[in-house]
Design a protein around this ligand. Structure first.
Ligand code: FRU
Length: 472
């Protein structure tokens, strides 16, 4: 069974097809777009090339869900059909305007010489299914900026609207622009939220929202890559205070949102109970191949996560709705791990593993997941080195780094979500998160703990995860 009601996949044929993450039936998915709760349902749109696993033909795929667990596939919301979007209906957002759902997105055009044109465009819908395009409301480039000008995120503020946009200055520096309006079709007052020169050569997919008394900006920086320094595309967060009159953003430092290899273009929305939820693309722009391409699809979204800001830290936790995926819990109490210990009772391809740890524990500890012989994906708490590390090793014994984060204190809890070809690790209260795609062999289903020094683990809880049929 798959979360996607209209595309029943054969999980035996495709060992990497997820069962509780949003993934495309075919083609390439990238950024989540237009996240909004409207008329009783969460709407999730996403950048989608339905025609192939390449970054072309960007359209908006569309899913809806009342519970963040069961997803219904809707018709494609936007696809390039007009002169102002010939090379893609790029990323953007959704707002509720009266009875309508309004999408604001970037129309991307390339001319015969490859020169780019970008415009911020509107589309409106009464039923949330069919969208009528209204064309451009902001033509780029704005004076002082290049045509790298995209990804409008619009929010309602009082009686008006506010938009943040990714931009590049004429000096080829990344920044985020803030525009204000009383009508989504007319925009004015451009201010720069970030200092050009400190945020890479381009800023993509900004999002600005109130969280626990502060203004938080999410932004993806594109930086020059240096050999051995990892991806130049980094998604991060910046907390500060936006002056409502001058629109100046007095802010702190950029900090990475997720320390795993595969995380980009996060976007947030507000749940009806006021929680700030976030989804991101579990992939990166420079990736052009993966084993799933042989099965005709590429990439998926992360799990929906709730964000909170506590004592200056951004905490991410899996949306509480995901507990509905849990099957019967299997518990292992007080396992003392010396050397290696296998848990034959904990096997699977889709599960949540919660490991309670004694925060006074000093021994190094690792959990190997999706184990078969040499093959495993490992979450390591390296207390001596002061890091948490995610790696994967294939059948031949080749190890690949999937992420690393500094440990800034004792660890009392690890929560790990495995969905066939993805792993998301939440450390402690969610102050460290690592997300990555993995491609284990179908038979790799084991769980093993390893310790150097004999670690005392307070308890392990394992839940098989699967969406259950809903009552009609
Ligand atoms: C980020 C991004 C956006 C753009 C979209 C195109 O991944 O490059 O800036 O709107 O993807 O698919």
């Amino acid at each position: 069974m798959n979360t996607d009601d209209q595309t029943p996949f054969d999980l035996d044929i495709d060992p990497w097809r997820p069962v509780f993450h949003v993934a495309p039936p075919a083609g390439l998915l990238n950024d989540p777009n237009g996240l909004v709760f409207w008329q009783g349902r969460h709407h999730v749109f996403f950048q989608w090339n339905p025609k192939g696993c390449t970054h072309e033909n960007k359209s908006w795929g569309h899913r809806v869900s009342a519970d963040l667990v069961h997803w219904e596939t809707m018709p494609i919301a936007l696809e390039p059909s007009e002169w102002y979007e010939t090379h893609g209906c790029y990323s953007g957002s959704a707002v509720v305007d009266g009875d309508d759902l309004v999408l604001i997105y970037t129309g991307n055009v390339r001319d015969a010489e490859g020169r780019r044109e970008t415009r911020q465009c509107l589309a409106r819908s009464r039923d949330g299914k069919q969208f009528s395009k209204l064309g451009s409301v902001i033509d780029g480039p704005l004076p002082g900026y290049t045509t790298h000008f995209r990804d409008p995120k619009v929010t309602r503020v009082g009686d008006g609207w506010r938009m943040v946009l990714g931009a590049q200055t004429d000096g080829l520096q990344g920044t985020v622009l803030l525009l204000a309006s009383t009508d989504p079709a007319r925009w004015e007052a451009v201010t720069e939220l970030l200092e050009a020169g400190e945020h890479g050569y381009m800023c993509e997919c900004p999002d600005l929202f109130r969280l626990d008394g502060e203004d938080v900006l999410l932004v993806c920086e594109q930086r020059e890559t240096k050999p051995g320094k990892g991806s130049g595309n980094v998604a991060g967060w910046i907390a500060g205070r936006l002056d409502p009159a001058s629109l100046a953003f007095d802010h702190g430092a950029f900090r990475r949102l997720d320390h795993g290899r595969d995380f980009y273009a996060p976007q947030t929305w507000e749940a009806p109970d006021g929680r700030r939820l976030m989804l991101a693309w579990m992939g990166l722009p420079e990736q052009d191949d993966a084993p799933t391409v042989a099965h005709g699809w590429f990439h998926c979204l992360t799990l929906p996560r709730e964000l909170r800001l506590v004592d200056g830290r951004l905490l991410q936790s899996p949306a509480v709705e995901l507990e509905a995926l849990r099957g019967p819990a299997r518990r292992v109490r007080a396992p003392i791990v010396s050397g290696e210990r296998d848990f034959p009772e904990l096997v699977g391809e889709t599960y949540e593993l919660a490991v309670a740890l004694d925060p006074r524990e000093t021994a190094d500890l690792a959990f190997d997941l999706r184990v078969a012989g040499e093959e495993a994906t490992s979450v390591e708490i390296d207390r001596a080195g002061g890091v948490v590390r995610l790696t994967t090793r294939d059948r031949e014994g080749t190890t690949v780094a999937l992420g690393e984060a500094p440990l800034d204190g004792p660890v009392d809890l690890l929560r790990v979500f495995v969905d066939r070809s993805s792993i998301e690790v939440f450390v402690g209260d969610g102050r460290i998160v690592l997300s990555a795609r993995i491609y284990p062999s179908p038979g790799a289903t084991g769980v093993r703990a390893r310790s150097i020094g004999g670690a005392v683990v307070a308890g392990i809880t394992f839940w098989p995860l699967a969406p259950r049929p809903t009552a009609e």
